[in-house]
Design a protein around this ligand. Structure first.
Ligand code: SF4
Ligand code: SF4
Length: 174
């Protein structure tokens, strides 16, 4: 099991997320907000007309978003980590890279996304690694990540995406 770094322990001890707005976080603080759930690596679809659901990486606020259990081929299905993190936006043009600049578009993210929660004025969820010694097992154990629920985009017929719509990515615990 990976050891939590001294830098991460210092971040955890500081509880910076309670006092520092997202827009003022430094890179290490910003990166540590990501809970690692990998729900943002699921294929999702916008439906402004049920008969005309279409694949997208963009949405207008009034449109309804559906998540599927189909995941990007570059996600490690056990660790829920990206295997191509440095090259992700070149390899996958629709890969969403959240930044301080695109926070207003955060509605692409699931409600439990920790950036979205902070942006909406909520606290971090109880299962967040920052509240659990830097470890992700509570998140996985509580079913808040994609682990054990997904299928790779390489193993499904993408024309049948509507049959793979799921609601669990919308769940929140607290
Ligand atoms: S949904 Fe948000 S918190 Fe979860 S992995 Fe994606 S960016 Fe990180
Ligand atoms: S490239 Fe990586 S971060 Fe982007 S969607 Fe795929 S697995 Fe997720």
């Amino acid at each position: 099991m990976a050891k939590v770094s001294a830098k991460m322990n210092a971040l955890i001890a500081s509880r910076y997320w309670e006092t520092t707005p997202l827009t003022q976080m430094d890179e290490a603080q910003w990166e540590a907000i990501c809970d690692g759930c990998a729900k943002c690596c699921l294929h999702k679809f916008i439906d402004d007309d049920v008969e005309e659901a279409h694949f997208t990486d963009t949405a207008k606020g009034e449109e309804e978003m559906f998540f599927t259990d189909i995941v990007c081929q570059f996600l490690h299905t056990k660790t829920c980590q990206c295997t191509e993190y440095e090259n992700r936006t070149e390899l996958v043009p629709h890969c969403v890279k959240l930044t301080q600049a695109n926070l207003p578009e955060i509605f692409y993210m699931p409600p439990s996304c920790s950036y979205r929660r902070l942006h909406e004025g909520k606290a971090l969820a109880s299962w967040h690694p920052l509240l659990n010694g830097g470890k992700a097992h509570k998140m996985h154990a509580e079913g808040m990540s994609v682990r054990n629920k997904i299928v790779s985009e390489l193993d499904v017929n993408m024309d049948e995406f509507e049959e793979r719509i799921v609601t669990w990515p919308l769940n929140e615990l607290d």
